[in-house]
Design a protein around this ligand. Structure first.
Ligand SMILES: Nc1ncnc2c1ncn2[C@@H]1O[C@H](COP(=O)(O)OP(=O)(O)O)[C@@H](O)[C@H]1O
Ligand SMILES: [Mg+2]
Length: 264
């Protein structure tokens, strides 16, 4: 089954086109890495798929429905989580919140079956042993894994992750990338993961979409991650180097390179 289908999708803020004429399809169970420099429109595309942003033209379907009609099937983890860390929630309470919001509870009394699911989800991300620790006292990698557990508790069909590795140090990146690999291989959930650094995630990408306001390329990693393609976005020094059979992208610190007229 088709998990996501975008056809000539143009996304607007007022009259400004932040994303223009994007067409791609993602099958159920596939993982797509959404790659592009700052300002390329990655977050905008992700939020539109999640039905948080609704100003667009063209076609956009999630499991054959409009995004707002597929909400129950979608979990979205924003880039910088908006949890108020002054509230002393434990790890398991943070995870359980994912189930509580979904069920429309108002009061913070966590039903048993949701606590049970939260505990399972924490176990899945390898953090059962810290369930009663305060969220705010966890390491960066542990926090991100707790937020993944929270996104999983509602049994989503589509998991949307905005820069899940960007705030982390290198060892925490590996820790979180391993959990993403586990989600991909053990859960069958379709994932779209935005990243400006594709390297830590390259192994789990079935598809890569290179975005720079417009779609630059879409396809398998080996098809998209080529010198001549990434140079059009990241400049003449960008390179793709195979190391021990694995692709490694050197993109440097780059600025938005505009394609086409109009917009922004
Ligand atoms: N809420 C908003 N209102 C108006 N313009 C926005 C808003 N959010 C993002 N933009 C603009 O849309 C473009 C894409 O931004 P964004 O999707 O955040 O890119 P990325 O996530 O790839 O860095 C940028 O030019 C940005 O300034
Ligand atoms: Mg972004």
């Amino acid at each position: 089954m088709r998990a996501v289908k975008a056809e000539n999708l143009t996304i607007l803020y007022e009259e400004q086109r932040a994303v223009e004429d994007v067409t791609f399809e993602l099958d159920e169970g596939e993982t797509m890495l959404l790659l592009g420099p700052n300002g390329a429109g990655k977050t905008t595309l992700l939020r539109t798929i999640a039905a948080f942003h609704r100003e667009y033209t063209g076609k956009l379907e999630v499991f054959g429905r409009k995004p707002e009609e597929a909400r129950d099937l979608i979990s979205y983890v924003p880039q910088s989580h908006v949890l108020n860390e002054r509230v002393p929630l434990t790890a398991i309470e943070v995870v359980a919140m994912g189930g509580i919001y979904r069920k429309g509870f108002v009061h913070f009394k966590i039903p048993k079956e949701i606590l049970q699911k939260a505990e399972e989800a924490l176990g899945f991300v390898g953090l059962a042993h810290i369930k009663d620790r305060l969220f705010r006292e966890l390491s960066g990698g542990q926090k991100q894994r707790v937020l993944l557990a929270r996104a999983l508790i509602s049994d989503p069909g589509l998991l949307l992750l905005d820069e899940p590795l960007s705030a982390l140090d290198p060892s925490a990146r590996v820790e979180v990338a391993n959990v993403l690999d586990k989600i991909k291989h053990e859960s069958g959930i379709t994932m779209i993961i935005t990243t400006h650094d594709v390297n830590p995630l390259i192994d789990i990408g079935d598809k890569v979409l290179l975005l720079n306001r417009r779609l630059i390329a879409f396809g398998t990693p080996s098809k998209v991650l080529r010198d001549e393609i990434i140079k059009t976005v990241y400049g003449p020094l960008a390179r793709v180097i195979p190391i021990e059979g694995k692709l490694f992208c050197i993109t440097g610190d780059t600025h938005l390179h505009r394609h086409g007229g109009g917009g922004i």
